[in-house]
Design a protein around this ligand. Structure first.
Ligand SMILES: Nc1ncnc2c1ncn2[C@@H]1O[C@H](COP(=O)(O)OP(=O)(O)O)[C@@H](O)[C@H]1O
Ligand SMILES: [Mg+2]
Length: 380
């Protein structure tokens, strides 16, 4: 057995983070005031997280030797990226504490496993079915009706690995597109949800089994990429409570230590044509790590999602997730980053840049948090 560090980790301990993107960077920045070092494991050179961390291992996620020496240098391992292979987590877990554990990653890596798990808790999702070939696709499309959405079960993000099956979509062509992205795995067909609003809840859960959720927020996407998060979401209390209950129940059932983001859909109420008393709350997907829709917490809450994440992983008690401001978070995607000169002039806006040297269309380069006194968000 590996030598187990005693939790809570003492200042000076090292947190190992799998993945070198902006989520790892902001986690490392939150670890620093608690006196922790971070060691990043990433296949990418000059990653955003490496730039602000004490140590980096640049190696492939399947490089067992590199994983072992990384494990020997750190006191706990966590993930800013959940799509690491099982062999990688296994190699790590034999030498060091891994938080959250493999099961949390396993569930969230596969849309079918994830939706089975969530429905198993009595929390609804949109109707879905595994699809293994074009014939099965035709049968399920017949059953669900159009529109529907065909997705790869694994590795999708920012709308990648999915096609909408509209009235005129050729099913063979749709199947070929997704099958080649799925590389032999089954795909998933989901009934299309008539969306009144997309929301998410980020909940932290500690090793004392306590949890703390940030209030639900509203998310707007452009080209399938998160564009704006509005915090808090404009919801009746009962819907907001139900969303927090669903997220915390999922975290509890996964026995998660760390952070869980839960994306949810609110359906159109036929009576009102928008959000209404008959809107259903459906879970879309979960991620056992910090989430883009939680970035507003960095400037608007007593403890941010990254503070809570570090606390949970290090075995510290959770901080307060209470907001002291309302906020609008705007992602800086691609060339948007050139707006930094304007943002920096506005004292109500807080700029966060990820240090990426190359700007590419669709690439998340940074974000801006615009703060408002509580209850004073503009209603647009
Ligand atoms: N079944 C669905 N019905 C309606 N819209 C959907 C559906 N699935 C996904 N979408 C839209 O596509 C976006 C991205 O899909 P999602 O499943 O969250 O994948 P990812 O974020 O991993 O790319 C969602 O936020 C939502 O706007
Ligand atoms: Mg999503």
């Amino acid at each position: 057995m590996p030598e187990q560090p005693s939790f809570p980790l003492a200042p000076g301990s090292t947190i190992g983070i799998m993945g070198g993107g902006q989520l790892g960077r902001m986690t490392a920045l939150a670890a620093a005031p608690l006196g922790y070092r971070c060691h990043i494991f990433t296949p990418e050179i000059n990653s955003p997280a490496e730039m602000v961390s004490a140590a980096v291992t640049v190696a492939d996620y399947s490089d067992i030797e590199a994983l072992e020496s990384f494990a020997d240098d750190v006191d706990v391992v966590t993930f800013e990226f959940e799509n690491v292979p099982f062999e990688c987590v296994q190699a790590l877990a034999e030498r060091v504490a891994v938080r959250p554990g493999w099961d949390c990653l396993r569930i969230s890596q596969d849309r079918l496993v994830e939706k089975d798990f969530i429905n198993g808790l009595g929390i609804p999702t949109t109707p879905y079915r595994a699809v293994r070939n074009a014939d099965e696709l035709a049968i399920v499309v017949e059953e669900f009706g159009r529109p529907a959405v065909l997705k790869t079960t694994r590795l999708g993000y920012d709308g990648k690995g999915q096609v909408v099956i509209g009235t005129d979509t050729d099913l063979n062509a749709a199947w070929d597109t997704i099958a080649s992205a799925a590389g032999g795995d089954a795909a998933i067909l989901e009934a299309f949800v008539d969306l009144a609003m997309e929301i998410s809840v980020v909940v932290a859960r500690g090793d004392d089994n306590n949890w703390a959720a940030f209030p639900p927020v509203e998310n707007r996407h452009v080209n399938h990429i998160l564009d704006v998060t509005r915090a808090p979401a404009r919801l009746p209390d009962k819907t907001s409570d139900a969303a927090v209950r669903a997220a915390s129940a999922i975290a509890d059932e996964m026995n998660l230590i760390g952070l869980l983001a839960v994306e949810m859909f609110l359906t159109v109420d036929e009576g009102t044509g928008g959000l209404g008393p008959n809107s259903d709350l459906l879970v879309n997907e979960i991620a056992p790590r910090p989430h883009n829709s939680g970035h507003w917490t960095m400037d608007a809450c007593i403890s941010s999602q990254f503070d809570q994440f570090v606390r949970a992983v290090a075995g510290l008690p959770l901080g307060s997730a209470t907001p002291h401001h309302d906020a609008i978070m705007k992602n800086l995607i691609g060339d948007d980053v050139d707006k930094w000169r304007d943002v920096i002039r506005n004292p109500d806006e807080v700029l966060h840049l990820y240090g990426k040297t190359e700007t590419r269309p669709g690439r998340k380069m940074g974000h801006v948090n615009r703060l408002f006194p509580l209850g004073q968000l503009p209603n647009k």
